[in-house]
Ligand binder design. Structure first.
Ligand code: 6PG
Length: 462
């Protein structure tokens, strides 16, 4: 393992815990020095002071993984490794690299006979140590060399490892990118529901904790709902109050959500809830302007007058439906990208790998798994019969919550975008006939007709 930051170190120790002999290297000698002391007694873990020494001690074919920041550091590590490795060795990038970089690296190294694999790892620092979700892609023969290791260290659901081969070339990093896009979208939806219940319905942190606790015991069971439940109880060491209330409302991001949106537009495929999640993090950054605008418009949430429990129930249904619609967008993107980029991504295995260990793990994944088991070529999970029945049953809650939120001035762009996606996707005849007419009017862009084959142009207004 090259790079012994929190993720690299924990993943390496996880490997050792499963009986694999491991060696770690970091250019920061302190990190290398403290590695062995952190290992579980009886495991084989070595920290070495140079790449040369590390590579020399590996069995052939060598399996070298790096967990370093995305971008130039990955290329630098590759260049330092190249004189040391041989044909047939496997180099794995386990960071959040952009898939186009991975594609370039796969080709570059394949020319030299070295296998390069892009591998998504999800689950944060705790997951890395105890069982992450792992999304490897690239050369399938190279994958076979690391398959037993990855299956051993991955999270397990019903005894099955939360990892599988994700497809050719950069498929592993592509799947991880979309995973993160869905992660952004679900986080946005949860934060909107929090706004509705907190500012709108007046629930305090204890009540919010109870609501999320109850939700997490039912159909909404998921990692993100679970941690949200706990967040409401966390005390602030400085004020003694709840920590969530003193956290500044400016969201950070490392870019993977944005990449998902950008690539969706390139394909093209519609992922509006991911787009809006990125946009809302961006707007959150304009704090000073928002403060000014809030004064001009006297914009505050108007308290709800309705019965609290009714709003809570509707919010639960709205969140559940909107989350399904987020997965629908992300998975449809993977379906399309797999075809366009010829990655052969097995969607059934993707949702299987996401069932445990990762940030977007949720009880819903088993329904998606069933859907893809019945039809591996499903273009969109909304076309699956049993899932369609669930969406139809829950949709009224989503519509009602949006209507209420809009009237009470709660910004719910994520929920609205999910509903708009559904309403457009399930519409036989959209209003885009008018757009075609306008395009032809001002630009002679031509249009097709519903009653005849071919392209047509009209001298409009003539
Ligand atoms: C995971 C996460 C992780 C990601 C963080 C931060 O699956 O463990 O997706 O890889 O880096 O969630 O992402 P942002 O800083 O962009 O929110």
């Amino acid at each position: 393992m090259i790079g012994l930051g929190v993720m690299g170190r924990n993943l390496l120790l996880n490997m050792a815990d499963h009986g694999f002999s491991v060696i770690g290297f970091d250019k920061d000698s302190q990190k290398t020095g403290s590695l062995e002391a952190a290992a579980t007694a009886g495991t084989v873990v070595k920290g070495v002071g140079s790449l040369e020494s590390m590579v020399q001690q590996l069995q052939v074919p060598r399996k070298v993984m790096m967990l370093v920041p995305a971008g130039k550091p990955v290329d630098d590590v590759i260049e330092s490794l190249l004189p040391l490795v041989e044909k047939g060795d496997v180099i794995i990038d386990g960071g959040n690299s952009h898939y186009t970089d991975t594609l370039r690296r796969v080709k570059y190294l394949e020319e030299k006979g070295v296998h390069f694999m892009g591998m998504g790892v999800s689950g944060g620092e705790h997951g890395a140590r105890t069982g992450p979700s792992i999304m490897p892609g690239g050369n399938e023969r190279a994958y076979q060399h690391v398959k037993p290791l990855l299956e051993a260290i991955a999270a397990k659901v019903n005894g099955e490892p939360c990892t599988a081969y994700m497809g050719k070339d950069a498929a592993g990093h592509y799947v991880k990118m979309v995973h993160n896009g869905i992660e952004y979208a679900i986080m946005q939806l949860i934060s909107e529901i929090y706004d509705i219940l907190h500012k709108g319905a007046g629930l305090n942190n204890d009540e919010l904790h109870q609501v999320f606790k109850q939700w997490n015991e039912g159909e909404l069971q998921s990692y993100l709902v679970e941690i949200t439940r706990d967040i409401f109880l966390q005390k602030d060491d400085i004020t003694g109050n709840r920590l969530v209330d003193v956290i500044l409302d400016k969201a950070g991001s490392k870019g993977t959500g944005k990449w998902t949106s950008q690539d969706a537009m390139e394909l093209p495929v519609a992922v509006p809830t991911i787009d809006i999640a990125v946009a809302m993090r961006t707007i959150s950054g304009y704090k000073a302007e928002r403060v000014e605008a809030a004064k001009i418009y006297a914009n505050t949430v108007k308290p709800f007058s309705g019965e609290k429990q009714a709003i809570i129930n509707q919010a639960g249904e709205a969140l559940y439906t909107a989350i399904i619609l987020c997965y629908a967008q992300g998975l449809a993107m993977l379906f399309q990208a797999s075809r366009e980029l010829k990655m052969d991504i097995p969607l059934q295995d993707v949702v299987k790998a996401w069932r445990g260990g990762c940030i977007i793990r949720s009880t819903l994944l088993k329904d998606f798994y069933t859907a893809y088991s019945n039809n591996p070529q499903l273009a969109n999970i909304l076309l699956d019969g049993p899932l369609a029945a669930i969406v139809q049953q829950k949709l009224p809650g989503l519509r009602s919550v949006i209507v209420t939120a809009v009237q009470q001035q709660v910004p719910v762009g994520g929920l609205m975008s999910a509903l708009a996606y559904f309403d457009a996707y399930s519409t036989e005849r959209m209003s885009t006939n008018l757009i075609q007419a306008q395009r032809d009017y001002f630009g002679a862009h031509t249009y097709q007709r519903i009653d005849k084959e071919g392209s047509f142009h009209t001298e409009w207004g003539a």
